[in-house]
Design a protein around this ligand. Structure first.
Ligand SMILES: [Mn+2]
Length: 171
């Protein structure tokens, strides 16, 4: 079950233009990948689950190389409004920098994603604008169990790198 408490605690909504947290409807399976030009450029992967966006910061950009690993660090759950949020977080605030939506679409878990998150292993595919179709399908494995733990995610499908923008290797 997701919680937006940490998201709220980390931010001053008088200062940041990010959305104040509200829980969304529970049935969806949308995802967003945002490009976040913060202190260090990274990508944020967010998967809708139970009315919140489960989130990971991916410290390097998408890779076109099947099997290549990307480090992903789980961050606090984000509110549904973040699916379309773009803007500039003021310097000095948490996550200060520019955020743009890099890709959006739907995701599909293999098996029960709640169990997967507890176990620290989440297999899924993405179907977005950049990351779309069978060839661009991305399957990720999240390893680790604590929120603070670094979670390497590995692209396990052998899809071809033919889509526009490449695939995320996953995140
Ligand atoms: Mn970020």
């Amino acid at each position: 079950m997701g919680s937006l408490r940490t998201y709220r605690e980390k931010r001053d909504f008088q200062k940041t233009s990010e959305p104040a947290p509200r829980r969304g409807s529970r049935g969806g399976n949308q995802f967003v990948v945002q490009k976040h030009d913060a202190r260090r450029l990274h990508f944020d992967l967010r998967l809708e689950l139970d009315g919140v966006l489960k989130s990971w910061a991916v410290t390097r950009g998408p890779s076109l190389v099947p099997g290549e690993k990307r480090l992903a660090v789980q961050t606090e759950d984000h509110p549904m409004e973040y699916l379309e949020w773009e803007g500039v977080i003021p310097k000095g605030e948490y996550g200060g920098g520019t955020m743009i939506v890099w890709d959006r679409g739907t995701w599909e878990a293999e098996g029960d994603p709640r169990k997967g998150l507890v176990k620290g292993k989440l297999d899924f595919s993405l179907s977005g604008q950049r990351l779309k179709g069978k060839r661009a399908e991305v399957v990720g494995a999240v390893v680790g169990s604590s929120a603070e733990e670094h979670r390497p995610m590995i692209r396990r499908s052998a899809g071809q790198a033919s889509c526009i923008g490449g695939h995320l290797t996953v995140p």
